[in-house]
Design a protein around this ligand. Structure first.
Ligand SMILES: [Zn+2]
Length: 462
């Protein structure tokens, strides 16, 4: 399960409504933009196939990779010995003899010496703007025991300039502190009145000190966002002990600037800048979760486009406009998608889909189920009516874009499949590549429907 999608449930329960979208509801402006939209994503996808094949006569390759085991992912030519590249285009895939024709005096030749070369990895569900920030600050992974952890925290705090945000990550329940929950008083001992949080390794739990609690304005009076699922560990008197579970940490994280422009930019050295070294060539961003509504993350798109134009974006990124609230108007969301796709676009960045969170998650017990759990728990309810989901799919498809729908329970999976089926009855597939992400639980009778509808299952572990 995608951890950020898990958190999105908490953001949903936070006080927010989509004010702009509600204003746009029924404004009647959708059709005009929808007519103009289809050329946007289609032209990007179609562009490479329209290129005229290049030959060595019109110029030699800039790069030649040869003498390796090259896996092409092309069934008609699964392996090759050499690949030649000119500019941003692969101009040759074949044997060494054919590759020689592409070699000029300025060609940079990489001898693979028998090693493997393959197309880059595409991360098909990530939260680029949001996930990197969970790995900033002090890394305490591998440090075992309260005393050793606090020693590391003391040294970290001493090394930070005054006013710097104190944060960290990497502890694990049980293995770091034994059976004890980490407490805010422990951190207070070494941080004094400077706020600090330390997320655990899988970001499900956040340890915080008293100053952080005060900075966020939370305390004994603060209700749990989703009791039993997203909540605070409390002392017997109801006061907060210093540990937030799941999205209950959001008030602290936001108060300490985790979603600020500076923090997100800092985190991109862990994501965008490291991507090529990990073999990643493309990211699908399933929602820049930086506030209550989709537009909260638009400044990230602006940054990425600016970065690309400056020649500093080393990967391709496909961004999304998202909807999570029943207050959102499907046509206004589609209109916003069209608007953003026009506005935020560069050679390596585009907005390509609408992300729709329809419910919580199976692990958190907030996904809609066909039958209760063995312990009698009944799971959750969807954020939208089936009619709303169908209307959203239809509006986005008519605008020429794909849907990326978050579902995790078997009941919700069926409802979303029904919605896709109904839309296809009216519109046909129209070449769309809709996806349903997570999809932890599917009734066996629904499994064949994905293939029939051409809806891609995006399993998305993290
Ligand atoms: Zn996600």
């Amino acid at each position: 399960m995608c951890l950020l999608c898990n958190w999105a449930v908490a953001l949903n329960s936070a006080a927010h409504v989509s004010s702009r979208r509600q204003v746009l509801r029924g404004a009647g402006t959708f059709m005009a933009t929808a007519v103009a939209a289809p050329s946007l994503p289609l032209s990007v996808e179609a562009a490479p196939t329209k290129r005229k094949p290049l030959t060595p006569r019109s110029g030699k390759a800039d790069w030649l990779f040869q003498n390796g085991k090259i896996h092409t992912a092309n069934p008609s030519q699964p392996t090759a010995e050499a690949v030649a590249v000119r500019g941003n285009q692969i101009v040759y895939v074949g044997d060494m003899t054919g590759a020689a024709a592409w070699r000029g005096k300025d060609t940079k030749v990489v001898d693979l010496a028998g090693r493997m070369l393959m197309p880059g990895f595409i991360d098909s569900h990530n939260h680029l703007a949001t996930l990197g920030v969970t790995k900033l600050g002090l890394n305490i992974s591998g440090i075992v025991g309260k005393d050793k952890v606090l020693k590391a925290v003391r040294e970290y705090v001493a090394a930070q300039p005054p006013g710097a945000t104190l944060r960290g990550f990497g502890w694990s329940a049980h293995s770091t502190f034994g059976e004890e929950h980490p407490r805010r008083e422990w951190l207070d001992e070494v941080t004094g009145d400077r706020p600090m949080y330390i997320m655990n390794a899988d970001i499900h739990e956040t340890w915080f000190n008293t100053a952080a609690m005060k900075a966020a304005g939370i305390g004994a009076h603060t209700p749990d966002p989703d009791p039993g699922k997203q909540y605070y560990i409390r002392n017997p008197d109801g006061s907060l002990s210093g540990l937030a579970i799941e999205g209950a940490a959001f008030p602290i994280l936001m108060a300490l600037g985790m979603t600020s422009r500076e923090t997100v930019r800092e985190s991109q050295r862990l994501t965008i800048e490291r991507a090529p070294s990990q073999g990643l060539t493309s990211y699908f961003d399933a929602g820049a979760l930086l506030g209550g509504e989709s537009s909260s993350g638009n400044w990230v798109f602006e940054d990425l486009v600016a970065r690309d134009k400056a020649g500093e974006l080393p990967i391709r990124i496909v961004g999304t406009v998202y909807t999570r609230s029943a207050h959102d108007d499907p046509h206004a969301v589609a209109e916003e998608l069209v608007r953003c796709a026009k506005k935020y676009r560069s050679e390596h960045f585009r907005i390509g889909a609408c992300k729709m969170w329809t419910e919580g998650t199976f692990p958190a017990g907030t996904a809609k189920l066909l039958q209760p759990f063995e312990d009698g728990a009944r799971g959750g309810e969807m954020f939208f009516t089936p009619e709303h989901i169908e209307a959203q799919i239809e509006a986005v498809q008519k605008a020429g874009f794909d849907m990326h729908v978050h579902v995790d329970g078997d009941a919700s999976t069926r409802i979303v499949l029904n919605a896709f089926e109904n839309v296809q009855k009216r519109l046909g597939p129209q070449g769309r590549r809709h996806t349903m992400c997570h999809v932890s639980l599917v009734d066996p009778t629904d499994v064949p429907r994905f293939g029939k509808l051409g809806v891609v299952v995006n399993g998305t572990p993290l």
